[in-house]
Design a protein around this ligand. Structure first.
Ligand code: UDP
Ligand code: MG
Length: 330
C-alpha cells in the first residue's frame, strides 16, 4: 500500500465531467513536484452526468485517488466536509473541481505551511469570466455578511485553502448541519495567512450555484456566525417605543390647547398601538436571545481550541489523540 500521505487534496464534484480529467492531470503535475506522498480525495455529490464513472476510472488506475459517492446531492459544503472527514494528510487542501482555483497555487500554500502557518487561504485578486450579477452579489455578500458576523472572515476568499491537521481535527468536531466552511476555519483560529491569485473562468460547464443556493449559502453564513438578525429587533423596539411615548403627550397637548385633531382623532390610539408593538418587539428580542442560546448549545461546537500546551504531563491529559505532533511548528 501507499505510505501515509503528507498532503490531501479534497475536491467536491457535482456534474463536472468536463473538468475531472484536467483537474487530475494538473494536480498530479503540481503534487509530484513536491516529492512527498499525497492523495486526491474526490467527493461525488450526487452527480448526474458521467462524473462518477470518470472518478471510478481514475481510482482504478491511481491508488492515490480516493473516491466517495454520495447517495444524492447534499450540497457543496457537505461534500467538502465529507472529504475532510476522509482525508488523512498532515495538510488538507480544499479546491473546486472546475479549475477556477489554480492547483499551482498549492505549492505556495505548502511553502507558507512549512513556514509555520496553519491556515493558508487563497484571496481572489480578480475574477475572470463571471457575470456582473455574480461579481456584484459576491462583492456585497462578502462585505455585508462578513461585517455582521462575530469572527474575522477574510474578504474575497472562497473555500480554496490549505489547513493543518490540527485545524482539520477541530473542524471535524464541529458537526453543525448548516455549514459555512470558510467561517468555520476562521472560527478555529491558529496562525492564518492569505496568498493572492487571479480567479480564472470555469474550465467547463456552468456554475452549480443558482440564486436559490446562493441565498441559502448566505443564510448559512449569517445564521452560523451571527446573532445580529435576532438582536436588530431591540433597536426597532427602542426607536418605536420612544417615538410613540413622546408622541402621546404631544398629540394630547395639541388637541387640548389648539384643538387640532390628527388622523380624525385616532392619533392617540395609533401612538398607543405603536407603543404596544414596541413592547411586543422587545419581548420578541428577549425570546430571540433564548433561541440564540439554545442554538448555540445545540450546535455543540468545542468551547475552545488549544494551540499549544507547555509543561503538562501529556499522559495525564484526556483524549490525547487530538494532539498530533507537529514539531516544526511548535
Ligand atoms: N458543488 C458540489 N455540490 C453542489 C454544488 C457545487 O459539490 O451542490 C461543487 C462543484 O462541483 C465545484 C464546487 O462545488 O467543484 C464549486 O461549485 P461552482 O464552481 O459551481 O461554484 P461557483 O464557482 O460558481 O461559486
Ligand atoms: Mg466555480
Amino acid at each position: 500500500m501507499n505510505s501515509q500521505p503528507r498532503y490531501s487534496i479534497v475536491a467536491p464534484i457535482y456534474n463536472e465531467e468536463g473538468n475531472i480529467a484536467l483537474l487530475y492531470e494538473r494536480i498530479v503535475q503540481v503534487m509530484e513536484s513536491t516529492g512527498e506522498p499525497w492523495e486526491l480525495v474526490l467527493v461525488n455529490d450526487g452527480s448526474r452526468d458521467r462524473s462518477p464513472e470518470m472518478m471510478d476510472e481514475l481510482a482504478g488506475r491511481d491508488q492515490r485517488v480516493k473516491v466517495l459517492h454520495f447517495a444524492r446531492n447534499f450540497g457543496h459544503q457537505t461534500a467538502v466536509t465529507a472529504g475532510m472527514d476522509h482525508a488523512s494528510g498532515d495538510a488538507v487542501v480544499l479546491i473546486d473541481a472546475d479549475l477556477q482555483d489554480p492547483p499551482e497555487l498549492i505549492l505556495e500554500m505548502i511553502e507558507r505551511w512549512k513556514a509555520g502557518y496553519q491556515v493558508i487561504y487563497a484571496v481572489r485578486e480578480q475574477r475572470k469570466g463571471e457575470s456582473w450579477f455574480k461579481l456584484f452579489t459576491a462583492k456585497w455578500f462578502y462585505r455585508v455578511v462578513y461585517r455582521i458576523t462575530e469572527i474575522d472572515i477574510p474578504l474575497d476568499t472562497g473555500d480554496f485553502r490549505l489547513m493543518d491537521r490540527r485545524v482539520v481535527d477541530v473542524m471535524r468536531q464541529m458537526r453543525e448541519h448548516n455549514r459555512f466552511i470558510r467561517g468555520m476555519t476562521s472560527w478555529v483560529g491558529f496562525k492564518q495567512t492569505g496568498v493572492n491569485y487571479v480567479r480564472e473562468a470555469r474550465h467547463s460547464g456552468e456554475t452549480k450555484y443558482p440564486l436559490r443556493k446562493m441565498l441559502r449559502f448566505a443564510m448559512d453564513a449569517v445564521t452560523g456566525f451571527s446573532f445580529f438578525p435576532l438582536q436588530v429587533m431591540v433597536y426597532v423596539a427602542l426607536v418605536l417605543g420612544i417615538l410613540s411615548l413622546l408622541a402621546i403627550p404631544v398629540i394630547a397637548f395639541l388637541r387640548a390647547t389648539l384643538g387640532v385633531a390628527f388622523l380624525g382623532g385616532q392619533a392617540t390610539t395609533i401612538a398607543l398601538l405603536l407603543f404596544l408593538s414596541a413592547f411586543q418587539l422587545f419581548f420578541l428580542f428577549i425570546l430571540g436571545q433564548y433561541v440564540a442560546r439554545v442554538y448555540d448549545e445545540a450546535r455543540n461546537r468545542p468551547l475552545y481550541v488549544v494551540a499549544l500546551r507547555r509543561n503538562f504531563d501529556e499522559q495525564s491529559l484526556p483524549s490525547p489523540q487530538h494532539a498530533r505532533e507537529h514539531p516544526e511548528t511548535e
